[in-house]
Design a protein around this ligand. Structure first.
Ligand code: HEC
Ligand code: HEC
Length: 161
């Protein structure tokens, strides 16, 4: 009788374990808490741009692209690395695709207001990061904020939490 009880308990436990696995949501990013549903679309655009600049991926971003203002003169910042920042830091950070700031037929164009705001936002990011570095005795060895620190995967950050 005891054996039977232990056996059925085991079966119940196994069922619970399996059902909790199948209940776990499909698209969780373990690095961040928010869900990134536009990853594939952004990757498609990144590949498109990489195709356009074939052979120049390792050159400095400001010598490859046409309208680089923020990173003009920034050394050791390759075109490839720049695109990673566009995709991961900015796209994922705001939970948007590239088209939020760009018309993919003319990447260099400044006609979208979001692209212009993004340049200013980068200035805020730098301002805060410089200030963070000057705080004495911070616990963290590398204090750093990024677009995603405020935006948390949303184009407009929450006002309250
Ligand atoms: C939140 C707005 C924003 C998002 C999202 C974004 N970009 Fe950008 N992108 C910019 C800004 C701002 C610049 C100009 C940077 C500068 O002035 O140095 C830029 C510049 C570029 C350029 C250089 C174009 C040229 O010739 O001057 C390319 C290529 C580009 N982005 C591709 C992408 C791709 C691909 C994605 C998606 C994976 C993406 N961007 C997502 C804002 C954005
Ligand atoms: C210190 C916090 C903070 C950081 C860091 C930050 N943002 Fe923002 N961002 C905001 C706030 C707040 C708003 C205003 C939202 C509103 O309109 O209420 C905003 C708005 C925006 C908007 C305009 C949204 C719209 O449609 O009106 C864009 C585009 C944007 N941010 C891009 C970026 C990018 C790109 C970065 C990183 C380079 C960045 N932000 C970093 C706080 C931040």
């Amino acid at each position: 009788m005891k054996k039977l009880l232990a056996c059925s308990l085991l079966i119940v436990l196994v069922i619970i374990a399996f059902s909790s696995i199948s209940f776990s949501p499909g698209k969780i990013d373990h690095g961040n808490s928010f869900i990134d549903t536009l990853e594939e679309e952004r990757l498609k655009y990144v590949k498109q741009v990489l195709e356009n600049i074939k052979g120049k991926e390792k050159m400095n971003a400001d010598s490859v692209f046409k309208n680089i203002q923020l990173f003009k003169g920034t050394k050791n910042f390759t075109a490839e690395h720049f695109l990673m920042m566009m995709d991961f830091g900015w796209g994922k950070g705001l939970g948007v695709s590239c088209t939020y700031c760009h018309d993919p037929a003319k990447w260099e164009s400044d006609e979208k207001r979001t692209k212009l705001i993004a340049r200013e936002m980068y200035g805020i990011r730098q301002l805060v990061n410089d200030k963070l570095k000057s705080i004495q005795g911070l616990q963290s060895a590398q204090p750093l904020i990024n677009c995603g620190t405020c935006h948390q995967g949303k184009p407009i950050p929450d006002k309250e939490w």
